[in-house]
Design a protein around this ligand. Structure first.
Ligand code: VAH
Length: 320
């Protein structure tokens, strides 16, 4: 059985449904800080869980007899930068609680890291799997600390911890909350609703990105990989593409020719974006457990616009 924290978030909203398809609904216990009328809550076991409550997390995991923990509950980069101490307490407190439960109940463990685990002194182009990591954001401090803590639990206690350094994730089910890469999700919604978008990230700012289906496949493939083949654990660089705002706008214009993009740069999120790599190298993930991404920018754009057109009421459709 699998326990998922942060199950109503951007990744959790889709990962829980995919895991339930594969392993059976009753085997995937979704948890989050609040209950909503989401398919995640209605399609299988759901529990309210505050990951900063260690006893509550142990109690749920014990009662549900879980053997795998997928820990997704966290504050993303922009929110963490606005509330650094809250971010430290939730991101690190939640993580150590989840790792302790995994140790005590002998669970396999997954938690995401991020390209945010790199900083301004990291090589920016084709960033290696093993390189300097001196992030200058609270989120980045949380992600590097988290990587080291997960490796510690593996080496010290034998907990089977595995992680992925995710790029910006793009999806149409649940929006990201408080990230720096959120512009690459918002732009699709606005293209459908308004036919235009004002980006808070500056023209020419490259960041790695990935479509959610590829992220879900990466998590499942990594967790099912043969442990003997893993030279790394926390956490693997994974990416599908790297682009700047003008490039995603051009891809959208292939479907909505009248789409326009302009800029109103947010210095905080622009500063975060500039501290991150332009593109990262995913060779280790490809070699050690067969990572591959199926969606490039054009394929993702076609799917995003088609799915969002169905999701958003026709009245909002932009007359192309
Ligand atoms: C964020 N979407 O923007 C997350 C992610 C690489 C970006 O970590 O904070």
């Amino acid at each position: 059985r699998i326990l998922v924290t942060g199950a109503l978030g951007q990744i959790g909203s889709e990962l829980v449904m995919r895991l339930r398809e594969i392993y059976g609904a009753s085997h995937v216990i979704a948890t989050d800080i609040r209950r909503t009328d989401s398919p995640v809550v209605e399609s299988g076991p759901f529990e309210i869980l505050d990951v900063t409550d260690a006893e509550a997390m142990y109690a749920v995991a014990k009662k549900r007899q879980v053997d795998t923990i997928i820990h997704l509950a966290a504050l993303l980069s922009a929110t963490a930068e606005a509330k650094p101490l809250l971010a430290w307490n939730l991101n690190m407190g939640g993580l150590v609680n989840a790792l302790e439960v995994a140790r005590e109940l002998d669970c396999q463990f997954f938690t995401p890291s991020s390209i945010g685990a790199f900083g301004p002194s990291t090589p920016k182009d084709n960033t290696p799997q093993d390189t300097i990591q001196r992030p200058t954001t609270m989120y980045g401090v949380n992600k590097v600390s988290g990587e080291l803590l997960c490796d510690y639990y593996y080496h010290k206690f034998g907990v089977d911890t595995r992680g992925l350094r995710f790029p910006g994730l793009i999806s149409y089910v649940a929006p990201p909350g408080g990230g720096t890469t959120d512009y690459a999700v918002e732009i699709y919604y606005e293209a459908i609703k308004q036919g235009r978008y004002t980006s808070y990230i500056a023209q020419g700012t490259y960041m790695d990105m990935m479509y959610m289906p590829d992220a879900l496949n990466a998590i499942i493939t990594l967790m099912e990989a043969d442990a003997a083949k893993l030279k790394h654990r926390n956490a693997f660089n994974v990416t599908a593409m790297s682009f700047e705002p003008e490039e995603i706008a051009a891809a959208i214009r292939k479907h909505i020719p009248s789409f326009t993009l302009d800029y109103d740069v947010d210095p905080v999120r622009q500063g975060i974006a500039e501290s991150w790599p332009n593109s990262i190298d995913a060779t280790a993930a490809k070699e050690e457990w067969g990572f591959k991404a199926a969606y490039d920018l054009d394929k993702m754009t076609a799917d995003m616009l088609q799915k969002l057109s169905e999701k958003l009421t026709p009245a909002n459709l932009h007359p192309s």
